[in-house]
Design a protein around this ligand. Structure first.
Ligand SMILES: [Zn+2]
Length: 375
């Protein structure tokens, strides 16, 4: 195992150079042609390593890159996303800069550093003439930050051909991997009341806003921190003027949960909401979007394997739970053991101070290479 780290550390300058290259190819989710520039770079790069890479067209998004390496049989998926949350031009405002052992730049930590690790882990194995036991399926996606629905079935079909999924999303600051992620659901609640003159005829009106106030209390009561279930009414609007009893009000609701059954229970409760004020009507739309990555026995077993590899490399690999969703949720919902957060250490995902701890590029590359040998 130690030789993996030695080789990875020797390659650190190339990894840093490549990370800089990837960050400098801006790839916001909503700009398919820019994501495709990165898809072109990466599929080329994989080809050169003997990975048979294909680009798959995605409606309203950049292409997904799917590459296969090695022989027949069940594979291990190396999962990552090419898109970032940063609009075009962010790079001009905030160019790549290196300070001490940190590299700052839009999309560096989330998750171009993970893509670098994904590629260099295979190169390290090739340099040592070692072969992973399983074939590898590379899956680099294009709309992770917005909505993966357009290629979700392609991701699922590829994951079904795998025994394990290793997601190169950034590590938790400090290096822990994610063995649990919450699932999410979104809803819109529209309320109809009856308008009336607030001064002349107030009793003829039925206030949709008052009704909404009641509903918000009910929705808030569904939160159960112990269980990890949260309900947030994040946006409200309604009414037109102070002197009109409002006949409309609207709320946008975000729900997070650790177990799919908990999400389903909240889903039923929200869809069964009843009006408090007679004469109002509720209209509820929405559904569970992302299932959770549940910390199942299979997930824990996979984490234990990664932890053992890390120990042989000389560091401790922690685990953590995250409230945010990722595409790891999609593969784990299929029952395929999935480990998330295997990418680089750093901090500031989706934030201005986003950065990668450069030495972690080497340790995470050795970790992924070692894991590919062990699985
Ligand atoms: Zn990400």
């Amino acid at each position: 195992m130690k030789e993996l780290l030695t080789i990875a550390e020797a390659r650190l300058p190339q990894m840093i150079e490549e990370l800089k290259t990837l960050v400098e190819i801006e790839s916001p989710s909503d700009s398919p042609s820019d994501v495709n520039n990165l898809a072109a770079y990466l599929s080329n790069r994989l080809d050169k390593l003997g990975v048979k890479a294909n680009r798959i067209l995605v409606q309203n998004g950049g292409d997904v890159v799917v590459g296969r390496y090695g022989g027949e049989g069940k594979a291990v998926m190396i999962l990552g996303h090419m898109d970032t949350v940063w609009p075009l031009g962010t790079l001009a405002r905030r160019p790549v800069r290196i300070e001490d052992d940190k590299l700052f730049g839009p999309g560096s930590y989330d998750m171009k550093a993970g893509l670098v690790v994904a590629i260099h882990a295979l190169e390290v194995l090739q340099a040592l003439d070692r072969n992973p036991k399983h074939p590898i399926i590379y899956f680099f996606s294009s709309l992770e930050e917005t909505d993966c629905t357009p290629y979700k079935s392609v991701l699922e079909a590829n994951a079904q051909a795998c025994d394990y999924v290793l997601d190169l999303e950034p590590a938790w600051p400090g290096g822990a991997v994610k063995t649990e992620r919450k699932g999410s659901a979104n809803y819109v609640l529209n309320i109809r009341g009856r308008a009336a003159h607030a001064g002349a005829d107030p009793r003829k009106g039925i206030s949709a806003i008052t009704e909404l106030a009641h509903q918000i209390q009910t929705l808030n009561s569904f939160t159960d921190y112990e269980q990890g279930t949260t309900v947030n009414v994040g946006v409200i609007n309604g009414g037109i003027r102070p002197n009109v009893i409002p006949d409309n009000a609207r709320a946008e609701i975000d729900v997070r949960f650790c177990r799919l059954v908990d999400g389903q229970a909240i889903d039923s409760k929200i869809k069964a909401l009843e009006p408090y004020l007679s004469g109002t009507k509720l209209e509820i739309t929405g559904r569970i979007g992302m299932p959770p990555l549940e910390r199942t026995e299979k997930v824990v077993a996979l984490y234990q394997k990664a932890k053992a590899v890390a120990a042989q490399l000389g560091f401790e690999l922690g685990e953590t739970s995250s409230g945010g969703v990722s595409e790891a949720c999609v593969t784990s919902a299929l029952g395929i053991p999935t480990l998330d957060g295997l990418g680089a250490d750093g901090d500031g995902a989706h934030a201005e101070y986003e950065h990668v701890l450069l030495p972690s590029l080497a340790t995470r590359t050795a970790l992924l290479a070692g894991l590919l040998l062990e699985l």
